[in-house]
Design a protein around this ligand. Structure first.
Ligand code: HEC
Ligand code: HEC
Ligand code: HEC
Ligand code: HEC
Length: 205
């Protein structure tokens, strides 16, 4: 009798214990999943477009990168696709409008072919090859620099720039995604030389 009692008691205890473990496991899994989703969400970088960079990168003090870029061939890469030369190249390939063709847009604008979710709804493709083609999507950088401004006001010190804010400096791999023999006008690509032509470091550097 006593043994039976204690056995049922024991069973109950074990079942209760198992239930607790299950519940804890489910909770743990749910917690991990939700934090993974949250982390993933936070890490999702978006392409915002050159106009968003202009606000902070146009003053002389900052190095006026926006002005330098606006004078580059890159800023006109979409317009180029409307030129007579482009129309000729396109016609030979059976393309009627280069500004609407995947075969040209993939190198003449920023972010072409990427998931729409990571392209800002106000992104303007007519600005051609923009900052983020070389420096990577800028959403995180803009948020961090915004916070940094507040911190600088409060403590006098900005937040340090971290590697994952964007690609800097851009590597050769970044350039040769577009500067390669798939370009109908390709004449070779001397990375060191072309890098210098494109570079827009602050005058103090
Ligand atoms: C809210 C202001 C702000 C905006 C908007 C902004 N930046 Fe910046 N950015 C900064 C500041 C501040 C620095 C640090 C400058 C320094 O230390 O000289 C910086 C630095 C950089 C650097 C150089 C980092 C280094 O290691 O020297 C790059 C590249 C850059 N930004 C690209 C961009 C791009 C591309 C955009 C648009 C997608 C953008 N920024 C938008 C404020 C901004
Ligand atoms: C998204 C594609 C893309 C990326 C990435 C890219 N470029 Fe370009 N680049 C172009 C296109 C398109 C043109 C031609 C624009 C025009 O004339 O309309 C061009 C033109 C140029 C030119 C002027 C024409 C020439 O050949 O001398 C230089 C210099 C240049 N790029 C250097 C670079 C460097 C250096 C990098 C990497 C740091 C780079 N580009 C990354 C697409 C790109
Ligand atoms: C693989 C990337 C790539 C593709 C695809 C591409 N281009 Fe380009 N395009 C470039 C680059 C990079 C340059 C500048 C250097 C060069 O000529 O390779 C350029 C330059 C040009 C130029 C010369 C601009 C000038 O000022 O001399 C024209 C015109 C042009 N492209 C038209 C087109 C057309 C039309 C298409 C589609 C049929 C096309 N491109 C497809 C990358 C590409
Ligand atoms: C074709 C590629 C390309 C494009 C497009 C481009 N950059 Fe750059 N950027 C570079 C290169 C190359 C450097 C110099 C890196 C070096 O010399 O170490 C640079 C440097 C910078 C720096 C650092 C300046 C410093 O002194 O620390 C900033 C900030 C910057 N770019 C912002 C921008 C902004 C904003 C835009 C768009 C308005 C833009 N870049 C467009 C390639 C590009």
């Amino acid at each position: 009798m006593d043994v039976k009692m204690s056995l049922t008691h024991c069973n109950k205890f074990i079942r209760g214990f198992m239930m607790k473990i299950k519940l804890r496991n489910i909770l743990m899994i749910a917690l991990t999943m939700s934090s993974l989703i949250l982390m993933g969400y936070g890490e999702e970088f978006t392409y915002v477009g050159a106009k968003k960079c202009k606000k902070c990168h146009i003053s002389k003090k900052m190095g006026a990168q926006y002005k330098v870029w606006a004078k580059m061939a890159h800023a006109k890469a979409f317009d180029t696709l409307a030129s007579d030369e482009s129309k000729k190249i396109a016609a030979a390939k059976g393309i009627s409008d280069p500004q609407k063709s995947e075969s040209c847009l993939k190198c003449h604008i920023t972010g072409h072919g990427l998931d729409k979710k990571i392209i800002d709804s106000k992104f303007d493709i007519t600005l051609g090859v923009q900052c983020e083609s070389c420096h990577g999507p800028g959403s995180k950088h803009i948020i961090v620099r915004g916070k940094s401004k507040d911190q600088k006001k409060a403590t006098g010190k900005p937040l340090p720039i971290t590697k994952d804010e964007f690609k800097f400096p851009p590597s050769k791999e970044v350039c040769i995604k577009c500067h390669n023999s798939d370009s109908p006008t390709f004449k070779g690509f001397d990375f060191v030389k072309k890098f210098k032509e494109v570079s827009h470091l602050k005058p103090s550097k």
